[in-house]
Write a protein that binds this ligand. Structure first.
Ligand code: SAM
Length: 182
């Protein structure tokens, strides 16, 4: 099985301590994180775009999965999970409207006070994707990276507040909490 994402390994103790044990792995890919957390006793829904779900269902990786969902189910579901996982998904969604739709679905299925863990590719400040890049973060490669400040700007309007983050080589990981509504 593929190695679990570093942020998931690192923060799983935090989530257990805060009784955040029901999870939506949103953009599950090969399910490396979903499988890891299931083994740790979490209850995990794994969602991906229909083509990827089809691939998983037709492969041994998807065997025995009751909670595998198509992303097009999420705008009408209310899973009320404690935690949404998003690793290396948000940085590949390039259109602003698609990013907001993704966050709407994440927040809709997350309980008030619940957590969103996001890990994305990042760049070092003032770094170009390669020495010849003159686009300053607007070229196809640079725009597939985000900083924690950019994440804050995108996630705040969705009622998500950052409570922790760290950088590691070319990735940034951050935990956001969904603000309680009256
Ligand atoms: C780079 S893979 C990461 C997979 C997994 N999260 C991981 O860390 O191993 C990106 C995944 O996001 C999925 N994806 C792409 N666009 C998406 C969207 N709009 N909503 C949810 N998943 C999406 C892709 O199908 C793919 O499985």
């Amino acid at each position: 099985m593929a190695t679990v994402a570093e942020s998931v390994k690192r923060y799983s103790t935090f989530f257990k301590k805060h009784a955040a044990t029901t999870v939506l792995d949103y953009g599950t890919g090969t399910m490396r994180n979903a499988r890891y957390l299931e083994k740790q006793g979490f209850m995990v829904y794994a969602a991906d775009i229909p083509e990827q779900v089809e691939r998983l269902r037709n492969s041994t990786i998807g065997t025995g999965l009751e909670r595998l969902m198509n992303t097009d189910e999420l705008p009408t579901s209310q899973l009320n999970v404690d935690l949404v996982l998003s690793t290396y998904v948000f940085n590949i969604i390039m259109e602003s409207g698609d990013r907001h739709a993704y966050l709407d679905n994440a927040v809709r299925n997350l309980k008030a006070g619940g957590y969103l863990l996001m890990e994305v590719r990042c760049r070092q400040l003032n770094e170009q994707c390669d020495p010849t890049c003159r686009d300053f973060f607007a070229c196809d490669e640079c725009s597939k990276t985000l900083t924690h400040q950019e994440l804050d700007t995108l996630l705040h309007p969705h009622g998500l507040r950052r409570i922790s983050h760290y950088y590691r080589s070319h990735a940034v990981s951050a935990i956001y909490q969904k603000v309680f509504t009256k």
